[in-house]
Design a protein around this ligand. Sequence first.
Ligand SMILES: [Zn+2]
Ligand SMILES: [Zn+2]
Length: 281
Amino acid sequence: MYGRERVRAGELRDRYPHAAEVLGLYLALVEVWESVGDDVPADGALEWAEANVLPRVLAATAAGPRPLADAITAAGAAATGTGLLDAWAADEDLTPVERYLARATMHVVPPKAWTARRKAPGPARDDGPGPGSARADRPGPGSGGRCAACGGAAQLSYRVASEDPLVSGRRMLACAKCPHEWNFSATTCPNCGETGKRTVHAEAHAATEAPHVGRAAPDDRSVFPHLRAESCQTCRSYLIDVDLGRDARAVPRVDELAAVPIDLHLAGLGYTKITPNLMGF
Ligand SMILES: [Zn+2]
Ligand SMILES: [Zn+2]
């Protein structure tokens, strides 16, 4: 079920020492997701996920990168209590640890089952805004930069391989909240709709040192020849773009996890990622 993801994460873990821990955790989560298989019930999916998937995610994470494991221990029951999954599905504000746990757990629950609790939801979480105040500042589904299946923001963009080597392939956006992907203009910012003021940042030359990210095109020595960031000067946001024409083996949602040096570079320039990835980068 996750065969391509598993193989790719293993390849990238060997290739990119800087991402080895994160990809190791991703592989542990793949085990969790595979162990669930097709068990997700149509009725009461959130209750079920809370009881059956969240504990496995916690166990997998306890053996993962120290900062994340420690943050979960520090947050304790507050991060794993009833209502976490509902809050995530409703796009309420969550702490980074809560968001990670909810995303890793809800990965196996399709959007149509997100509201499928058997009983009425409990009292509103006292540490977050209620459903009515959820993220009114963001455009809703239907505006092209948002997922038509769940209203989520774009996690990343990728280019499909083109028949013509001189022409970039079609651009797709992948949802941060669900598996949906959709075709999107290659020249438009998914966050604000700006069509002009975009900048491409690619890792241009590295040799054996830390990757150097700049505004030039990647060259033969690039560590990430198929990864780049597309930023928008109007809303100061960016996302990672994966070019399958440059690396046909890439699995965009896995490769994006390895782009941490590019994320750090963009953060240093004052850009905010449209959506942090599963691991919080
Ligand atoms: Zn979605
Ligand atoms: Zn923008």
